[in-house]
Design a protein around this ligand. Structure first.
Ligand code: NA7
Length: 545
């Protein structure tokens, strides 16, 4: 399936135009454009042994994308779209990984990627106007530009429970899953976490484990994905309509090929809204939320939709007490990342599955045989699965050891939360571009659409810098502060701040500054904003020649 990456003397202090960190969707496309369109000397540094980014690491049972297959791929060329045929409505992890390997081969990208190279520092050298990048293996590269393509959900979060090492069994975080899988047959398993990941993994693990205990801190909403194989003629029909799919996604708020009708739930009669909600529920997936356009702005509308989901949960669960524990109550639907599932709630009707509410009785420690709760209750386990999420949006960036002008580290610059201009650049760090950085729409969208927009913008910007003979480009402080305030202001116009313990806010990581990180006004608005800034000669960026 794969061919090896390049191999050169790691200590040779290679000189490049650009270094890209990460070989997932973002890094691969950025490499392609810089090498083929701008003719840059560019290399990718990738910590993994292969391409794939998040889809290389997240191999847990049930791992699947919640964007639909024919939208979760590159659209910059029709050729790739026509050559690759998806098999199901939503792509599974294995299929996406195969797709990214196919793209890497088809675009001949591997010869420009160093695999197994984890970046440990990237230091700006003012005298030379370049980045000095170093990997854990000691490879060093000097480069004019540094581009991070490290994903938004790559830095895993394992809670620091007492006596962690006393546990005699095996434990796994879903985001660092063993490549040869985990055999759950005849095993007693405990899983912590009921976010999107836990909700995907729980039904699959329950099918093979002897016993599965689900430790739930916060009950979550989930909508049936209604995944299914794609009909045989789907690919042919899709190939005839690529332009239409592309244009629909480019004008939509979330980068999906559909958008909510201009209809307010709370102003719709009960009979009509029940019909619309039921139709949306049967269609399933993220389309359900788009049944009306005021779900994230009107509390009353949101409550009606949230009640609808709660009713569905109650109808699904046989045991009334279990149903009660599963009912989400502490945040409006959609204000945390909305999971979509395949038989999640149904799984709690199985004899081998037990739900444990740990909201008021949290995990205290691990013990040799499993987990101990604050109350002293013990949960036995041969295997513990941590579906406990990520230090989202900033975690992976801050681990890179980035040091900008005046020896300022990125961690110091962002000690009160990330500050960016358009999520792309940050003051004090010249010639640094972040693909889907905090302050850009990223995780609130169908990611490949946000990625293509950022990668193309960065490429055009670098081309502009070449044309005018620029040495450096850097986000201006005022533009950065204004943008960061704007990101907060648009979030405050929605219901999103009602779930300020979510990872959108950094609320899932103890001690992390609480600030709403993704840009919530929509990819369509963001795109035109970025285009205007480019047209204005990159207003808000300081360019030196
Ligand atoms: P999430 O959405 O952050 O979910 C993590 C889950 O783990 C969530 O239910 C948390 O409960 C729970 N959690 C985290 N820490 C603890 C501790 N200490 N004790 C008990 N429970 C805990 O991560 P996912 O991986 O599910 O999803 C992240 C994204 O990755 C997803 O949107 C996909 O795009 C891929 P909480 O809700 O905080 O009470």
């Amino acid at each position: 399936m794969t061919t090896p990456g390049i191999n050169s003397d790691p200590n040779d202090g290679e000189k490049l135009d650009a270094v890209i960190i990460g070989a997932g969707f973002s890094g691969l496309y950025q490499l392609h454009l810089l090498r083929e369109k701008l003719g840059k000397k560019v290399k990718v540094l990738e910590a993994a042994a292969e391409v794939g980014g998040t889809w290389y690491w997240n191999r847990y049972p049930g791992a699947r994308c919640d964007s639909e297959s024919h939208t979760y791929c590159y659209y910059f060329t029709d050729e790739l779209l026509k050559e690759w045929q998806w098999s199901e409505r939503y792509p599974g992890q294995e299929e996406i990984l195969r797709y990214l390997n196919f793209c890497a081969d088809r675009l001949d990208l591997r010869r420009s990627i160093y695999f197994n190279e984890r970046v440990c520092s990237a230091v700006w050298k003012d005298q030379q106007n370049q980045w000095h990048v170093k990997t854990e293996n000691g490879r060093t590269i000097d480069s004019k530009y540094l581009i991070t393509a490290v994903g938004c959900l790559s830095s895993t979060n394992i809670p620091n429970f007492e006596n962690f090492n006393s546990f005699n069994g095996d434990f796994y975080h879903t985001g660092e899953w063993p490549h040869d899988g985990v055999d759950f047959s005849n095993k007693v398993v405990a899983i912590i976490g009921t976010g999107s990941t836990g909700i995907q993994a729980i039904p699959v693990i329950a099918k093979t484990a002897k016993k599965l205990t689900v430790l739930q801190r916060t009950p979550n909403y989930s909508v049936p994905a209604r995944n299914a194989p794609l009909p045989q003629n789907h690919h042919v029909e899709f190939c005839n309509e690529i332009d239409s799919w592309r244009s629909k996604m480019s004008v939509s708020r979330h980068g999906h090929p559909w958008t909510a009708p201009p209809k307010k739930l709370c102003e719709t009669s009960k009979k009509e809204r029940d019909e619309i909600l039921e139709t949306g529920w049967q269609v399933g997936g993220l389309r359900f939320r788009e049944s009306f356009d005021d779900i994230l702005t009107d509390e009353k509308s949101n409550r009606i939709m949230s009640d609808f989901i709660r009713k569905k949960i109650k109808e699904t669960i046989n045991d009334a007490e279990v149903a009660k524990t599963l009912l989400p109550h502490d945040h409006p639907f959609g204000t945390k990342r909305p999971p979509i599932d395949t038989e999640y709630f149904e799984t709690f009707n199985r004899d081998n599955v037990t739900l444990v509410d740990i909201k008021n009785n949290p995990v205290k420690s691990l013990n040799p045989d499993g987990i101990t709760l604050e109350s002293g209750d013990r949960i036995q386990a041969d295997i513990i699965v941590f579906a406990t999420g990520f230090d989202a949006m900033t975690g992976s960036l801050l681990k890179l050891g980035i040091v900008g002008r005046k020896n300022l580290t990125l961690a110091e610059a962002w000690q009160n939360g990330p500050r960016t201009f358009l999520g792309l650049g940050t003051n004090g760090f010249p010639n640094l571009f972040m693909i889907t950085g905090p302050g850009s729409p990223s995780v609130l969208t169908n990611m490949p659409r946000a990625i293509e927009q950022h990668v193309e913008w960065i490429t055009n910007c670098m081309n502009h810098c070449d044309e005018i003979g620029a040495m450096t480009i850097e986000a201006e402080n005022t533009a950065m502060l204004n943008w960061t305030d704007h990101v907060t202001a648009v979030a405050n116009q929605t219901l999103l701040p009602k779930a300020n313990h979510s990872w959108y806010f950094g609320g899932n990581i103890p001690g992390k500054p609480r600030t709403f990180m993704p840009y919530s006004a929509g990819l369509d608005k963001f795109r035109s904003n970025c285009e205007q800034i480019a047209k204005s000669g990159y207003k808000g960026f300081k360019i030196t020649q």
